[in-house]
Design a protein around this ligand. Structure first.
Ligand code: CA
Length: 516
């Protein structure tokens, strides 16, 4: 080997795999020889698959120890196994799934891990101290945005313990079939977003007046006793507002009362069990499932052992591995809840005349992911090895500890928004292709699946898991690093790159119901 060229390397995940992933940056040329003796018969891009043996036409292509498809034509040992060479297998049948048949044994509890957080009246704990302003309808969004700009410029500097002011704006609220099946999803999402632990537990609401989604339906006072104690609502059409200036003044007056309350709060030492960590991936590549996602999975196991809530989501990305998840459910009821969410989503996609094959993006494919089966196997590695203790529908508030499945679409913004509604107070996001994604409401720790991305985007990526593929670090070492960083960031001692730059994507509601 020349000294100038790095040693050709591939990663094989499972002993039964007949394909492996090229690790070298920029890929490898024909003729490259690996330590095992394998020689490439053609150039293979970084993160793409090489055939480790001759795979006859119609035979299974195996990665992660599972069939990700079958060979469309004979694939020679040492050649590039790209997506056109692999057939698309059927998703597992929902009628014959194993129910809680291989429940993992509980791992020993982890004691003594804490963070500094803001305890709320309802028992939830914030990792930030943010003033949130809820809106019932898009009509008021521009006015609230206008007011928020002034609140940030004129009021916020006087309240230094408050981290930010956020308008929860959206395109829902009117022109909608509010009683239609599925409408409960956007409505409860907006309600539970307003109750996110990082907003201090007492929402402020701006309403227009004539909209379909009325404040009382969005946030029933009966379920939120705190609302009956304080002024929390500005209705723009109320007669007392005689000008736009009056409306803005009313919003600012309500906001200032709340800023004073939030400013008096202090961080206190909280057990790690108060964390609600949402896991997501976006812009995945073939490395995601061998580096970033397993490292996050290791961190997820540590969090579960420390008593925290860890949620994973993205229905279309777990659908093809559902048989592994139902087997891992803590009991048959949880397994059936998983199946219920998969069936609902199959039906939802079916109504739109698409199926899950619509999921992998062109970037995923350029990143070496042949299809949704391969993507799913990599995706569920994020969930670690704990039993799945509960399942929640889209936008429901999570109240359970341990590893839970919160059903969401895979879209980064919709998944992020739904996980915020589920009461997430920390977010871990893995990426292979790279995305500058961030959320205003909670810190987002971004983990790169490969070192080339982590280096190129050194001011966007928080943790490089590519060191696992190059052999510089183990899954456990990177996983512990992620766990430690979660506690540091949750305590406000360390800032993520997304927060450093203020990269905060907009809320995106999931509305499966008709628009009128
Ligand atoms: Ca995603």
């Amino acid at each position: 080997m020349s000294d100038r060229l790095p040693r050709p390397l591939y990663v094989k995940v499972n002993p039964s795999d007949n394909v492996a992933i090229i690790v070298n940056e920029g890929g490898l040329p024909a003729g490259a020889q690996f330590e095992s003796g394998l020689v490439l018969t053609e150039a293979v891009p970084e993160a793409h698959k090489v055939a480790l043996i001759d795979i006859p036409q119609g035979s299974p292509v195996i990665r992660y120890g599972v069939t990700i498809g079958c060979a469309e034509r004979p694939i020679a040992k040492g050649s590039w196994v790209h997506e056109e060479l692999i057939t698309h297998p059927l998703a597992p049948d929902l009628d014959n799934l194993p129910l809680a048949t291989t429940v993992p044994p509980a791992q020993p509890p982890l004691e003594g891990f804490t963070f500094q957080g803001y305890l709320n009246e309802d028992g939830s704990v914030g990792t930030k101290n943010i003033l949130g302003i809820t809106t019932t309808v898009q009509c008021v969004a521009a006015t609230v945005d206008f007011a928020v700009k002034r609140i940030k410029a004129e009021l916020l500097p006087s309240y230094p313990n408050v981290d930010d002011v956020i308008a929860i704006t959206h395109n829902y609220g009117c022109g909608i079939a509010i009683g239609a099946p599925g409408a409960e999803i956007p409505i409860r999402t907006l309600r539970n977003l307003s109750l996110n632990p990082n907003l201090g537990g007492a929402p402020l609401v701006v309403s227009l007046g004539c909209e379909k989604l009325q404040p009382g339906q969005l946030l029933p006072v009966s379920t939120l006793p705190i609302l009956s104690r304080e002024p929390y609502l500005v209705r723009l059409q109320d007669e007392q507002h005689r000008s736009f200036g009056d409306m803005v003044a009313a919003i600012m007056e309500m906001a200032e009362k709340r800023l004073a309350q939030l400013n008096a709060r202090k961080r206190t030492t909280r057990p790690a069990s108060d964390l609600v960590v949402g896991l997501q991936c976006g812009g995945s590549d073939a490395f995601s499932g061998v580096t970033a996602n397993p490292a996050v999975g290791y961190a997820a196991d540590l969090l579960v052992r420390a008593g925290a809530t860890v949620m994973f989501s993205e229905v279309t990305e777990v659908r093809d591995a559902i048989d592994l998840l139902t087997a891992r459910a803590a009991d048959p009821t949880v397994a059936r809840d998983l199946i219920r969410e998969m069936a609902w989503y199959d039906d939802y996609l079916g109504r739109g005349s698409v199926d899950r094959s619509a999921n992998p993006s062109p970037g995923n494919k350029r990143g070496g992911l042949a299809n949704i089966v391969e993507k799913a196997m990599g995706s569920i590695a994020k969930a670690g090895t704990s039993p799945i203790t509960a399942v929640y529908g889209p936008g429901e508030q999570v109240k359970t500890k341990g590893l839970i499945f919160a059903a969401t679409p895979a879209s980064d913004f919709i998944c992020g928004t739904l996980q915020l509604a589920a009461a997430m107070n920390m977010h871990v996001f893995t990426t292979g292709r790279g995305t500058p994604y961030g959320l205003a409401m909670v810190p987002v720790i971004k983990v790169a699946s490969r070192t080339s991305l982590a280096q190129r985007w050194s001011d966007l990526i928080d943790i490089d898991a590519g060191t696992i593929a190059s052999g510089h670090e183990t899954i456990e070492e990177v996983g512990k690093k992620i766990f430690d960083m979660i506690l540091e960031v949750a305590s406000g001692n360390k800032q993520t790159w997304a927060d450093h730059w203020g990269l905060h994507n907009e809320f995106a509601l999931f509305n499966p119901s008709p628009v009128t």
